[in-house]
Design a protein around this ligand. Structure first.
Ligand code: PLP
Length: 431
């Protein structure tokens, strides 16, 4: 076997991809047996979990590591002088280092631990606010999740800055032709998502970042839907700040990260104050600890931090290249299957290679909420609603969509089950 064949060989634990013709070696579902929840039933049917964009399921190694923390190491971090406190601190700091290594960041001090993407983006926006002046501009895109919109609205409101919006094209890609006209000497921030949680579109972040940097703007990237789904090195994106959540990367809830360049983090003001984030306190005031500790006031999610590295180990074992290949394969299948249904609107680029692992659709005969309920009755878990992207839904001309989203464990059989359940839902509505 040569090196290339070795590369393509399925990792241990791969499930043959039933929906593809035999001989297709590159699109296997991976590691399903490591996820205890995937063997349960829902409403009498095997669970078909297609809601990984909302939160990914957890492998046993993550569940066990969180339990082990509470059984064996539970203590607060950076405080106590006893052994348990030292162990807890080691686990917490090991997570920071592991995240840095996962994203190719050489210095783990560039990783701020937060409670999730939302908190990380609030820190980016409100921590940037004191540097804004009235009339300064913040550029966002029309496809942002509310987590990468509302904190910027708030920062702009506080400082008298102006919001600008890069629109999308009808095919769900950014209208990059409008970028030059939207960037100018007043642009202080460009905030954009790497992968849209509704359209699936993968945005050319490096290209946007390069243009933004020519105007001296800070580039903030919401990577909630890309980390763990595709090879991603922080430096390659060209961003100044990048946010993501552990729970969408097979890790625990209540844990996330803001990764930044040394300069971008040094320029940020802390937004949460109290214990752990200070250097000295007198009754007249306080000075801040070093980056990143100045952004981590109070007791963090230490158990979560202890449990996240096994999720990243699993992804390294699978390799992000294979995860990406598999998700493209499953997404292409879902796009083709759903688009073939008469009258179905399927949003975002038609080429799966230009998308992350999710597909949103709108059935003219079945409201998304009814669709999600009817699918659930057959064990198929999808999400319906505006997916925290109301401006985008307004642009698409619908109040809600149904979204199926994928993981390294998703099989082609599950896409077939989704299609069957959608057809069944239609028949319930007499369509
Ligand atoms: C693109 C995007 N950004 C931000 C978020 C918010 O993530 P969290 O709720 O983990 O803070 C999500 C969650 O769905 C998302 O999809």
């Amino acid at each position: 076997m040569n090196g290339r064949e070795q590369d393509l060989k399925a990792p241990a634990g791969a499930v043959p991809c039933a929906g593809q013709s035999s001989g297709c070696e590159r699109c296997e579902a991976m590691f399903r047996e490591r996820f205890p929840i995937l063997s349960r039933k829902v409403n009498g049917h095997p669970l078909v979990y297609l809601d990984s964009s909302a939160t990914a399921q957890k492998p046993e190694a993550v569940i066990a590591a969180e339990a082990r923390f509470y059984r064996e190491h539970n203590a607060n971090v950076h405080r106590g002088m006893h052994s348990l406190a030292a162990e807890a601190t080691d686990l917490y700091e090991a997570c920071r280092k592991r995240v840095a290594r996962f994203l190719g960041v050489s210095d783990s001090m560039q990783v701020v631990v937060t409670s999730g993407t939302t908190e990380a983006l609030n820190l980016a926006a409100l921590g940037t606010a004191p540097r804004l002046r009235p009339g300064d501009e913040i550029l966002v895109t029309e496809m942002e999740h509310h987590a990468n919109l509302v904190p910027w609205f708030e920062a702009a409101k506080r400082e008298g800055a102006v919001m600008r919006v890069l629109p999308i094209l009808d095919d769900g890609r950014l209208d990059l032709a409008q970028l030059p006209a939207l960037l100018n000497e007043r642009t202080r921030v460009v905030a954009l998502t790497h992968v849209s949680n509704v359209l699936g579109t993968i945005n050319p972040v490096a290209e946007v970042a390069e243009a933004a940097h020519r105007h001296g703007a800070l580039v903030v990237v919401d990577a909630a839907q890309s980390v763990g789904h595709m090879p991603l090195r922080f430096d390659d994106l060209g961003a100044d700040l990048l946010a993501f959540s552990a729970h969408k990367v097979y890790g625990p809830m209540g844990l996330g990260f803001l990764v930044g360049t040394e300069q971008a983090l040094a320029d940020l003001a802390p937004i949460t104050f109290g214990g752990e984030m200070i250097e000295t306190v007198t009754l007249d005031g306080a000075t801040w600890a070093e980056v990143p500790f100045r952004f981590e006031a109070g007791t963090p999610n230490v158990a979560g931090a202890a449990a996240f590295p096994p999720a990243l180990d699993m992804l390294d074992e699978a390799t992000l290249e294979r995860v990406r290949t598999h998700e493209i394969s499953v997404t292409a299948n879902a796009l083709e299957t759903l688009s073939a249904i008469d009258g179905m609107r399927v949003f975002g680029p038609t080429d799966a290679a230009q998308r992350g692992g999710l597909v949103s659709f709108h059935d003219p005969f079945v409201h998304p909420h009814d669709m999600a309920q009817l699918l659930d009755a057959r064990g198929v878990a999808v999400r319906a609603g505006h997916h925290c992207a109301q401006p985008l839904h307004r642009r698409l001309g619908v109040v809600a969509t149904t979204r199926a989203s994928f993981a390294l464990t998703t099989t082609h059989d599950e896409i077939d089950m989704l299609a069957d359940a959608v057809a069944q839902a239609r028949s319930v509505f007499g369509a």
